[in-house]
Ligand binder design. Structure first.
Ligand code: FES
Length: 485
C-alpha cells in the first residue's frame, strides 16, 4: 500500500496550491487513491521538493493573513529560526527512523515466512542457510541505501504536522490547517469555510462540533454548558478549542445564503479611506461578539442616522468583524455624508447579509467582469477564492469610464505578482465603445470558455452587452451569474 497524503498536505509539502495539484490530477499527471496522492507520485512530479521551497505557499498565506482577523499572539518559545532548525532536524531523524522501522517490519514478516517454509522441511541444507543469510544482509543494506528523497519529504511532512495541524471536516470533506494559537473556528473561517458560529466567545453554543478522531486543547474557559452525553460523544466548542494533532471533525456549515442568519448590527467607523475624487473605502468594525456572517458577493443595508443605502461588502467573508465598502460619489445624502468624512467610532447600523449573488462551489476557472465599483463584491469573491484555494484560475476584467474607476489597481497588481493563477486586465472605455473593447478582450482569451464560471457586477447596459458576446465566444449561459450596480 503506497504512503498517501491528502491534497492539502501534499500541496504544502511541495510548496504549491491545491488548485495546481487538482489541475495536474485532471490532466492525469497525478493519480489519486481515494482522493489522496501517493508520496512516490508526488516525488516523481516534484523531485526537488524542499522545506525552503514554500515561496508560493508563503505568498498565498500572506494574502490570507491580510484578509483575516488580526494576528494572534505567538506562544512564548525560542526564536522561530532556532525552533525551525530543531524541528527540522528532529523531523528528519523521526522520518528516517520510521522508514527503517517500516522496512524492518516488512523484512521481519518475510523472514517469518521463510522460517515457516524451513520448518516444514526435514532437512535444511547449508546452502539454504547461506541464501537466507545473504538475503538478510541485502535487506539490511537496502534499508541503509534507501533514497533520501522520500525521507526528506516525510521529514517535511512531520515538520509541517508540528507547525500546523490538519483538520478534515465531515460530511463535506473540506480541509483546513490550524496555525499558531488559532482556535478551530478562526482557522476554519480563515480557510473560507462557512462554519456556524455566534458569539465567538463560548457563550452561545452555535459552533458546537464533534471530534471524530484526534486530540484537541482548550484555549479558554467558556460559559456554555455542554451536556454530559455531548461531552461523552466528543462535542466541543470550535471557538474555544484548538487542535493538538490532525483531526476529523463533524460540523455543520452554511451551504447557501438561506443558512445564514440575518442580523442588525451596530458597527463603528474604523476609517474612511479616500482613494481619489470619486471613490472612498468605508471601513466598519462590528462588536467582538456580533460578527457578520455572509457569503462573498452579498450586500447589506447601511444606515447612518435616518439615511439608508444598499452596498456590496468588499471584504473577505473570512473576517466578519472588519468590513469594507467601496463608495462611489453620487448625489444621495448618505454618500455625501460619507464623502465629507465620518469621524472614527461613528455608529453605522448594518442590516444583512442580503442577496443571492454568490460563488458556486466548483474548481472551474473563473472570469470576473466588473464595472467600476462593481469591483467591490468581486474583491470579496477573489479573497474568498484565495482562502479556499481550490479554484483552478481566476481572471479579472475591470472596466471603467474614467481612470479613477480602477481605484484599487495596486491591489490587483499585488495579487497578480503573488499568485500564479490570477490574471487581470484594466480597460477604460465609454459606453459607446464598450462592445468593441469587450470583443477584443474576449478574443484575446484563449482558454476553454465552456468550462468557465463567469461573474459580472456592472450596470444594466454592460450586462446586456456582454452576455450575448460571452455566449458567442463559447461561454455557457447557465455558468454566467450577474448582479447590477
Ligand atoms: S461561537 Fe458562541 S460558543 Fe462558540
Amino acid at each position: 500500500m503506497p504512503q498517501l497524503l491528502s491534497l492539502s498536505r501534499a500541496a504544502r509539502l511541495v510548496g504549491t496550491t491545491r488548485a495546481t495539484l487538482q489541475t495536474q490530477i485532471r490532466n492525469s499527471a497525478l493519480t489519486t487513491f481515494e482522493g489522496k496522492i501517493a508520496v512516490t507520485d508526488l516525488l516523481r512530479l516534484y523531485p526537488h521538493a524542499k522545506l525552503e521551497n514554500d515561496e508560493m505557499l508563503e505568498r498565498v498565506e500572506n494574502i490570507k493573513a491580510k484578509t483575516s482577523p488580526k494576528n494572534r499572539e505567538k506562544p512564548c518559545l525560542p526564536s522561530p529560526e532556532i525552533l525551525a532548525e530543531r524541528l527540522t532536524s528532529l523531523s528528519y531523524e523521526l522520518a528516517d527512523a520510521k522508514q527503517h522501522l517500516r522496512h524492518y517490519h516488512q523484512c521481519g514478516e518475510q523472514l517469518l515466512e521463510k522460517i515457516k517454509h524451513f520448518s516444514n522441511q526435514d532437512h535444511i541444507s547449508k546452502e539454504s542457510l547461506q541464501d537466507l543469510l545473504c538475503w538478510v544482509q541485502q535487506e539490511m543494506q537496502q534499508s541503509l541505501d534507501k533514497s533520501d528523497a522520500k525521507t526528506r519529504l516525510l521529514a517535511k511532512d512531520t515538520f509541517l504536522r508540528m507547525i500546523a495541524a490538519h483538520v478534515k471536516i465531515i460530511p463535506s470533506g473540506r480541509e483546513f490547517f490550524i496555525e499558531g494559537n488559532a482556535s478551530l473556528l478562526e482557522s476554519a473561517l480563515k480557510s473560507g469555510i462557512h462554519a456556524n458560529f455566534g458569539c465567538s466567545s463560548g457563550n452561545c453554543g452555535s459552533c458546537k462540533a464533534r471530534v471524530v478522531s484526534g486530540e484537541v486543547h482548550k484555549l479558554q474557559n467558556y460559559e456554555y454548558d455542554l451536556t454530559e452525553s455531548e461531552k461523552n460523544l466528543g462535542y466541543i466548542l470550535m471557538c474555544s478549542y484548538t487542535a493538538i494533532t490532525d483531526l476529523v471533525l463533524e460540523m455543520s456549515e452554511a451551504t447557501c445564503v438561506e443558512d445564514l442568519p440575518r442580523h442588525t448590527i451596530s458597527t463603528k467607523v474604523e476609517k474612511t479611506e479616500v482613494l481619489n475624487d470619486e471613490f472612498v473605502i468605508l471601513h466598519l468594525r462590528t462588536p467582538r461578539t456580533k460578527i457578520l456572517r455572509f457569503m462573498a458577493g452579498q450586500f447589506v443595508t447601511l444606515q447612518l442616522n435616518d439615511l439608508k443605502g444598499n452596498f456590496y461588502i468588499a471584504s473577505c467573508p473570512c473576517d466578519g468583524h472588519n468590513l469594507q465598502f467601496h463608495i462611489h460619489r453620487n448625489q444621495t445624502e448618505l454618500v455625501k455624508q460619507i464623502f465629507e468624512g465620518l469621524p472614527a467610532k461613528h455608529l453605522v447600523n448594518i442590516d444583512g447579509p442580503k442577496g443571492h449573488f454568490t460563488m458556486r462551489e466548483a474548481t472551474n476557472p473563473v472570469l470576473f467582469l466588473a464595472w467600476e465599483q462593481g469591483f467591490a463584491p468581486i474583491k470579496s469573491m477573489l479573497e474568498h477564492a484565495i482562502s479556499i484555494d481550490t479554484i483552478e484560475s481566476f481572471n479579472l476584467e475591470w472596466f471603467s469610464a474614467t481612470p479613477n474607476g480602477h481605484y484599487l489597481e495596486k491591489l490587483c497588481r499585488s495579487w497578480s505578482d503573488a499568485l500564479d493563477n490570477f490574471n487581470y486586465h484594466l480597460t477604460q472605455t465609454s459606453e459607446i465603445d464598450l462592445k468593441y473593447h469587450l470583443k477584443n478582450r474576449l478574443k484575446s482569451m484563449s482558454y476553454n470558455a465552456k468550462d468557465f464560471y463567469v461573474y459580472i457586477v456592472a450596470p444594466p447596459f454592460f450586462i446586456e452587452t456582454v452576455k450575448p458576446l460571452l455566449s458567442e465566444h463559447g461561454f455557457t449561459l447557465e455558468n454566467i451569474l450577474s448582479a447590477e450596480i
